[in-house]
Design a protein around this ligand. Structure first.
Ligand code: IMP
Ligand code: MG
Length: 428
């Protein structure tokens, strides 16, 4: 089973880090293909907690080569400091491979991300302020900077000057900010050449050859289906393709080489940032989920909006990703509820919708139609097989499986690496 794509099925923070880590242990490569340091994975190994933003989780599995694909946007200062932190904790970072085609986040795009959000006022997206959106916009506008540009100082200077030609007008005349010096940006970027050069590869070639040789490659998405720039709740989305197809454009590995698509989905729903969220709870149940599930952002520390499981979102995410397996996470968080509401369809202005409405306007009007399943009070953290789960928890999992568009192959019952119920071997 050589090529597996792992994606988030909701609005991010489904607990992909743990799944990536579990699958990554059996993979020869773990590849990040979209996004940048807007993501945040928490992985707990042997009681140690690791928060990763930019590095693929594969960095924590010694036998595995972590790869940053061409679809990623890289903040070099963040990458360096993340590598330094891990190195000081004994993790070897020298295996990392970086695509020569990946785009760089220059300092001016961090500034632009923040001022643009402020400018939008109540129409803001709620971005992470890391320069992600402006950098993808530069890529499409063909004024972006790539890793390979670091190795040609003249080209780099020309490209930075070209970009700043436009951006300084924007910064000064629209946003009332100081202009940014070309040389300052160039110097900052060039200071990374020495450590970036030995890590830089034609990663597309490397990965295709690895697959030719029968190696196992795990592609890990940042963000999630509902934050995908094409298939999410636009414009309240991130700026890259976070669905499984992004693994192809973001690495140079073609679709017919992908064998499995694993979508990670939480037993309830959360979202950070702005935008529609039909099952969002504004009462004490929402606060209960937030506290019990520790729903605070790894990257920004922001409290996450919380709500019940949304099977319409699940079906949609299974479809756009081509999910072959679902990993249901954080089931243990729901322990202690008498009844567990599950959204099975939407009411949109009096009409029942079983599938995602066609327009964002309708999605904004969507009101959840709930079914109520029996809760359970037993501690799940020690369960390792499906039969170990209390009967009501089993029924909850089976009910979700029936409405969510793919088989549920694993169920998370606690934060630790081994706190998982396996139902089907994904790598089998
Ligand atoms: P950006 O990716 O920083 O441009 O932010 C755009 C939207 O995506 C905002 O609503 C962010 O909160 C959200 N977002 C970006 N990355 C993540 C993530 O890793 N988890 C959850 N939400 C995210
Ligand atoms: Mg996260």
């Amino acid at each position: 089973m050589p090529a597996i794509v792992l994606v988030g099925a909701q609005w991010g923070d489904e607990g992909k880090g743990k799944a990536t880590d579990a699958l990554g242990q059996h993979s020869d490569y773990v590849v990040k293909f979209n996004g940048g340091n807007n993501a945040g994975h928490t992985v707990v190994i042997g009681g140690e907690k690791y928060a990763l933003h930019l590095l693929p989780s594969g960095i924590l599995s010694p036998g595995c080569i972590p790869v940053i694909g061409n679809g990623v946007v890289i903040d070099l200062a963040v990458l360096r400091s993340e590598m330094d932190t891990l190195t000081s904790r004994g993790v070897d970072c020298s295996r990392l491979m970086i695509s020569a085609d990946a785009h760089l986040i220059p300092s001016y795009n961090r500034i632009l991300d923040k001022v643009a959000e402020r400018f939008l006022g109540n129409r803001r997206i709620g971005t992470t302020g890391r320069g992600i959106g402006p950098t993808y916009a530069d890529k499409m506008n063909r004024v972006g900077l790539r890793v390979q540009d670091l190795f040609d100082e003249n080209i780099l200077r020309q490209k930075v000057a070209g970009a700043l030609d436009q951006k300084n007008h924007l910064l000064v005349k629209v946003y009332n900010r100081r202009a940014i010096e070309v040389e300052q940006v160039v110097e900052e970027l060039l200071s990374a050449v020495e450590w970036v050069r030995p890590l830089t590869r034609d990663t597309g070639l490397e990965l295709n050859r690895a697959l030719d040789a029968g190696r196992t490659v795990l592609f890990e998405a940042g963000q999630a289906a509902m934050l995908d720039v094409d298939h999410g709740t636009y414009p309240f989305v991130t700026s890259s393709n976070a669905i499984s197809a992004g693994a192809c454009t973001g690495t140079g590995v073609p679709p017919n080489r992908i064998d499995r698509v694993v979508a990670v989905i939480k037993a309830y729903t959360t979202r950070v940032g702005e935008g529609p969220f039909p099952t969002e709870l504004h009462d004490e149940s929402g606060q209960w989920l937030q506290a019990k599930g520790h729903e605070f952002g790894v990257t920004t520390g922001r409290p996450r909006r919380c709500g019940w499981y949304d099977a319409v979102v699940a079906r949609y995410a299974s479809r756009v990703n081509g999910a072959t397996d679902l990993v249901l996470t954080k089931l243990d968080v729901l322990t202690g509820l008498e009844r567990v509401p599950v959204c099975v369809a939407y009411d949109v202005d009096g009409q029942r919708h079983e599938e995602m409405p066609m327009t964002q306007t309708d999605f904004h009007h969507a009101r959840p139609i709930y079914e109520y399943l029996d809760g359970w009070s037993e501690d799940l953290s020690g369960c390792r097989s499906f039969d170990d789960l209390p009967a009501a928890a089993q029924r909850y999992v089976l009910a979700l499986e029936g409405m969510s568009g793919a088989r549920i192959s694993a169920v998370g019952v606690g934060p630790g690496r081994d706190a998982t119920v396996i139902r089907h071997e994904i790598l089998g």
